[in-house]
Design a binder for this molecule. Structure first.
Ligand code: NDP
Length: 288
């Protein structure tokens, strides 16, 4: 366990991370491109580094949380000589390849360890057990050395030694979330377009139980996918495409864009063209 940490990046998330380390008694050193953002944390006891090399030299444990991989690359490239001996935990959202490239950059410049993280939480959740952080890169053995430090931020899950693994699962989970949000937005827009009095909050009493039921069905679909057996459980694609076409028509009539619905119709058409009319919607995975 470390007693010092340097946090690079003081956006909404970086500030939440730094705050938790400070509250847990760490000597917390900060660097941010816009130094003013450090003011309140400095008032509470953090140290502010004027330069990136200074921030890296202040601690052996380095947390990075910037907007994207390019910003991380640019930032580290201005302090490569200070990476030797450092354990770098990069919690910046990115692709698996970006994580692997940053891992190589850190390790070829003498870094002891590069661990990539995917934060499955919003800033207000940081520090609670509901905040799940996915980690990968380096060895499981080395991860154990920093596990206690990282547990301050939430529930940590080490996935694999491949630095890209955490990003893969992070993006996959976000993909599930954006699918859900897309459906919610379209459904709410459709209801509001057809009922003058309808409110989004009022609609929740129907939408939330319906979606909860459908979430329960994901396990059935997952089993079908793993077994490669999509024989319908009662809701075949030939029937479902009719409902999707009706959603598209009603949306057009009501002047609601159906941009988030069109892709699933395209996939259904591909599946039908491949002779899957008697299969479940899980079969669409064969066309992704
Ligand atoms: P913010 O937009 O609040 O902050 C962005 C940070 O990146 C700031 O510190 C900003 O510096 C810095 N930055 C941007 N461009 C550069 C650059 N070229 N060089 C150096 N620094 C740069 O974003 P968040 O803090 O919310 O997000 C940070 C990361 O955390 C992202 O990868 C995000 O996906 C991830 N994340 C965020 C969540 C959230 O709910 N907020 C949830 C889960 C993950 P400056 O202050 O100078 O602009």
């Amino acid at each position: 366990m470390s007693s010092k940490v340097s946090v690079l990046g003081l956006g909404a998330m970086g500030t939440a991370l730094a705050t938790k380390f400070l509250e847990n008694g760490y000597q917390t050193t900060l660097w941010n491109r816009t130094t003013e953002k450090a003011a309140s944390l400095v008032e509470r006891g953090c140290r502010l580094s004027a330069t990136i090399p200074d921030a890296l030299q202040a601690s052996d444990l380095i947390l990075i949380c910037l907007i994207d991989a390019q910003a991380v690359k640019e930032t580290l490239s201005r302090a490569l000589q200070s990476l030797a001996g450092k354990t770098v935990i990069n919690l910046t959202n990115g692709t698996p390849d970006q994580a692997r490239q940053l891992s190589e950059l850190v390790l070829t410049h003498g870094g002891t360890e590069y661990i990539h993280g995917g934060i499955m939480a919003v800033p207000a959740m940081i520090g609670s057990s509901e905040a799940v952080l996915l980690y990968s890169g380096g060895s499981q053995e080395n991860f154990r050395r920093v596990k206690k430090d990282l547990s301050i931020l939430g529930t940590g899950k080490f996935l694999s030694e491949d630095a890209g693994s955490a990003s893969l699962y992070d993006l996959a989970l976000l993909s599930g979330m954006y699918g859900l949000f897309s459906g919610f937005l379209h459904a709410t827009a459709l209801v509001r377009s057809g009922e003058k009095e309808a409110t989004a909050t009022g609609f929740m009493s129907l939408l939330v139980p319906w979606l909860s039921g459908m979430i329960g069905y994901l396990g059935v679909m997952a089993k079908q996918i793993d077994e490669g057996n999509y024989v319908t459980q009662g809701s075949n694609i030939a029937m479902q495409i009719v409902a999707v076409e009706n959603i598209l028509e009603a949306s057009e009539t009501n002047g609601v864009s159906a941009d988030v619905i069109h892709p699933i119709k395209s996939l259904m058409k591909l599946a039908l063209a491949a002779g899957r009319e008697n299969e479940d919607i899980s079969a669409l995975i064969e066309h992704l």
